[in-house]
Design a binder for this molecule. Structure first.
Ligand code: HEC
Ligand code: HEC
Ligand code: HEC
Ligand code: HEC
Length: 211
């Protein structure tokens, strides 16, 4: 319902100026600030949302959602490691554009979208060098091991921190680190686009303990 309300309120400024998607490279309309845009298109939201005929019900998704399997990084399980789950939820929505393939339909300036990083998407569908997404947080804290020096705090500690954005199922998603609608903190080479907090470290350190 909030989505519908927002579409109605959009003309009167659902988001405050300066934090709105309109001023970001996610505005793919003809008047967007980035390089990738669609000439002649005036609407901003419809690249990602449609009010009717959504491919998935929430949040009224307007794009074909990729169904394929992704290569994923490994995460701890007991004393060993297992592959992270396949991306789901909001992460799969992001990957409908950021899966490393050419941006379909964004002609005439169609180009390959920068693939998701934090390690780098090596090729289409390969998330193995990236931060794990769509994972439930560990119940108890995960200590450092021989390859990794960052401990992850226990789920209850992380969930109690109001600055940490988990999805409705308590999972870490792309949207834990990036807000696709607002880009107020971007600083080239310092803070990535669509970052949820003013600094990179405060996002990481909400979950990871440097020991
Ligand atoms: C580049 C893609 C993109 C664009 C453009 C975009 N959105 Fe979204 N929007 C998303 C994603 C992804 C989600 C899901 C976020 C999540 O589940 O955490 C979302 C969720 C939402 C929600 C639900 C928020 C919530 O907290 O559940 C609303 C409302 C919304 N969008 C409104 C808009 C409006 C209005 C516009 C146009 C001004 C817009 N969006 C443009 C990607 C986009
Ligand atoms: C409709 C297609 C679309 C969807 C869906 C989408 N994006 Fe984007 N995104 C773009 C385009 C186009 C750009 C600007 C061109 C570029 O940087 O390659 C961009 C840029 C970005 C950037 C900045 C890239 C850079 O150059 O540093 C980030 C970060 C990003 N998106 C994250 C996300 C996240 C996270 C989601 C999901 C919550 C998402 N995007 C959903 C199309 C999309
Ligand atoms: C743990 C936090 C985190 C998560 C989760 C995360 N990112 Fe990022 N992302 C970053 C950081 C940090 C950067 C800055 C570049 C870097 O350090 O590699 C970045 C950069 C990007 C870029 C810019 C291109 C580049 O390689 O620099 C895109 C696009 C992007 N992320 C999309 C995504 C998508 C899509 C997802 C979900 C599949 C996602 N991110 C999940 C932290 C995250
Ligand atoms: C919402 C909590 C959360 C946030 C925020 C977060 N992480 Fe993580 N991170 C995790 C979890 C959970 C794992 C998986 C740990 C495991 O292996 O079980 C992980 C794994 C990692 C790994 C190991 C990946 C691998 O493949 O070995 C690194 C490195 C890492 N995170 C760095 C970062 C950085 C850098 C940031 C900030 C840009 C960040 N994390 C933000 C929860 C988080």
């Amino acid at each position: 319902m909030r989505l519908a309300t927002c579409f109605l309120l959009l003309a009167s400024g659902c988001w405050a100026q300066g934090t709105s998607v309109v001023h970001t490279v996610h505005n793919l309309s003809a008047f967007g600030p980035g390089e990738v845009k669609v000439l002649g298109e005036k609407e901003v939201c419809k690249f990602c949302h449609v009010p009717h005929s959504a491919t998935v019900s929430a949040p009224l998704w307007g794009r074909p959602v990729p169904q394929g399997q992704f290569r994923v990084p490994e995460v701890s399980a007991g004393r060993g490691k297992v592959p992270a789950p396949q991306p789901d939820g909001a992460s799969r929505l992001c990957l409908s554009c950021h899966d490393g393939s050419v941006a379909q339909g964004f002609s005439p300036s169609a180009k390959t979208l920068k693939a998701f990083s934090a390690g780098g998407l090596r090729e289409k569908g390969d998330l193995s060098g990236s931060h794990p997404v769509s994972i439930p947080l560990p119940e108890s804290s995960v200590g450092p091991d021989e390859e990794r020096d960052m401990g992850v705090k226990a789920r209850a500690v992380i969930a109690a921190d109001p600055t940490v954005r988990l999805d409705k199922d308590g999972k870490l998603q792309c949207t834990t680190c990036h807000d696709p609608h607002a880009d107020p903190y971007y600083q080239p080479g310092v803070v990535p686009h669509f970052w949820v907090r003013p600094t990179v470290d405060e996002v990481c350190l909400a979950c990871h303990e440097l020991r």
